[in-house]
Design a protein around this ligand. Structure first.
Ligand code: HEC
Ligand code: HEC
Ligand code: HEC
Ligand code: HEC
Ligand code: HEC
Length: 206
């Protein structure tokens, strides 16, 4: 049963499986760090095939027309059925396509838009704070006004957030284009160690 070739064949099998395992690890590592793993560039299934390219691009509607609380609040806010029907009761009233709007209006519920940007519940984010220091929508969401279907443009991963916070914090408050002198996000000293407030865990985590 175990002939003379068995030993070298066994060695071959060992080598092959070790190489295959290593290859799997490399592929997994590259995938986890890739944009695809963060769903960058992939649209979500929406109740209505809404196009930013048509409305924010072609018709040049202001972002705040539909995302009204973006400058003041944590959440940007989503358009209600009334916002859309203000125009679509008259122009382009394709009844079947707009059924989710009339349903939302009748039941007095929000339109069930799907999200491509949602962060996990343990993360804190605030739109108003970023707009106040002049970070534009496109820095985080890409050229939305050119998108026929809305996709995620950046990973929105922790590493991505922290990269900008670190940069803003190392340039001193008042000198950084991102941190005005009035900013509360100065370096704090804890037990003799200087910690930039913007990169502390508790800034972004509840
Ligand atoms: C006419 C209304 C309207 C205007 C104007 C508008 N949006 Fe939107 N926006 C929507 C709707 C509806 C959705 C949900 C459907 C979708 O994602 O395509 C959405 C979704 C989004 C999302 C994804 C939200 C998520 O949860 O992932 C981003 C980001 C966004 N809009 C940014 C912008 C920016 C930036 C502008 C200005 C350049 C803008 N929007 C202008 C209606 C609008
Ligand atoms: C200021 C008026 C206005 C508002 C507000 C508006 N629309 Fe439109 N919408 C239009 C016009 C005009 C067109 C036709 C554009 C064209 O044919 O080039 C259109 C086209 C569309 C289309 C089909 C065209 C396509 O290629 O995607 C859909 C679907 C649509 N709108 C959904 C919505 C939804 C959902 C909302 C609310 C979030 C909304 N619209 C808000 C004016 C508006
Ligand atoms: C510093 C990065 C950043 C900037 C700047 C930014 N966003 Fe966002 N946006 C996010 C993140 C992160 C989320 C997901 C938030 C969550 O899940 O708590 C988000 C979510 C959204 C959503 C989903 C719904 C909601 O209520 O939050 C919309 C719509 C949106 N952004 C629109 C905008 C618009 C319009 C602008 C510019 C006026 C803008 N954003 C600027 C990072 C940003
Ligand atoms: C392009 C740079 C940039 C990016 C990207 C960015 N931030 Fe910020 N963020 C800032 C700056 C600058 C401030 C300080 C604003 C101030 O001085 O009021 C800030 C403030 C904050 C605050 C404090 C808000 C408050 O006042 O309570 C939180 C929380 C926060 N960011 C979370 C995030 C998260 C989570 C992400 C990633 C999804 C992110 N940020 C991405 C630049 C950025
Ligand atoms: C600038 C904002 C920011 C700061 C500062 C920050 N985080 Fe995060 N963190 C995030 C975001 C955003 C995510 C969610 C990424 C995702 O999964 O979508 C996250 C996810 C996590 C997770 C979950 C990991 C996972 O894979 O889901 C842990 C654990 C975590 N952070 C720990 C920390 C610790 C510890 C610190 C302090 C050293 C810290 N964070 C500082 C933004 C931040």
């Amino acid at each position: 049963m175990f002939g003379r070739g068995a030993d070298s064949r066994f060695k071959w099998v060992l080598w092959l499986s070790a190489t295959a395992a290593l290859l799997c690890l490399v592929v997994a590592f590259v995938h986890v760090r890739s944009d695809a793993a963060w769903s960058v560039g992939q649209p979500a299934r929406q109740p209505i095939p809404f196009s930013h390219a048509v409305h924010a691009g072609g018709l040049e509607l202001d972002c705040r027309f539909c995302h009204a609380s973006v400058e003041r609040s944590a959440a940007a806010g989503m358009p209600t059925a009334e916002t859309c029907l203000g125009c679509h009761a008259r122009v382009w009233a394709v009844k079947s396509q707009f059924a989710p709007l009339t349903t939302a209006l009748a039941l007095n519920t929000p339109v069930p838009w799907a999200s491509v940007s949602r962060l996990p519940d343990h993360v804190r984010f605030h739109h108003g704070a970023h707009l106040r220091v002049g970070v534009g929508c496109q820095t985080c969401h890409g050229a939305v006004e050119e998108m026929p279907r809305t996709v995620k443009a950046e990973t929105l991963s922790m590493g991505w957030c922290v990269a900008c916070h670190t940069q803003a914090a190392t340039e001193r408050a008042g000198e950084s284009p991102l941190l005005p002198a009035s900013s509360a996000w100065r370096t704090i000293t804890h037990q003799g160690i200087e910690i930039p407030a913007l990169t502390r865990c508790s800034t972004c985590h509840r």
